[in-house]
Write a protein that binds this ligand. Structure first.
Ligand SMILES: [Cu+2]
Length: 131
């Protein structure tokens, strides 16, 4: 009886630990290049206006495994007649390989374009909706 209780306790902690580790991020959008899948993730699966944070995850397109891609730079643009809006986001690495944290300041709701530079000279653009 005691052994079963110990086992159940262990399983409960294992489940809680796993849930914390994954942070329950949801996909906002994704795109792919010849060699990489690029996934935009956030805690609620959307990008809120104002200051906030989302994640970029790079995966090897051959096996869908996360992969580091060196320095990553993200610039968000909203093309507007007469007054285009630009935000250079702050990108940092995380404990998860291939996953980068992106701190942004997007002051307007609507359609933005993310220009992502990575792996020396590679780049990709992703349209995102800011809510
Ligand atoms: Cu705008």
């Amino acid at each position: 009886m005691k052994a079963i209780f110990k086992l159940l306790t262990f399983i409960a902690f294992a489940i809680i630990f796993q849930a914390c580790k994954n942070e329950d991020l949801k996909t906002v959008t994704k795109t792919a290049t010849e060699n990489y899948n690029i996934v935009v993730l956030s805690d609620k699966g959307l990008i809120k206006n104002g200051k906030g944070k989302f994640y970029l995850e790079f995966q090897n397109a051959a096996n869908n495994q996360p992969v580091n891609v060196g320095e990553v730079r993200v610039q968000a643009n909203m093309p507007m007649p007469g007054m285009p809006m630009v935000n250079d986001a702050e990108v940092s690495t995380t404990d998860n390989p291939g996953r980068y944290a992106v701190q942004y300041d997007l002051s307007m709701i609507g359609s933005w374009t993310l220009n992502v530079r990575f792996d020396d000279n590679k780049s990709v653009t992703l349209p995102v909706t800011v809510n």
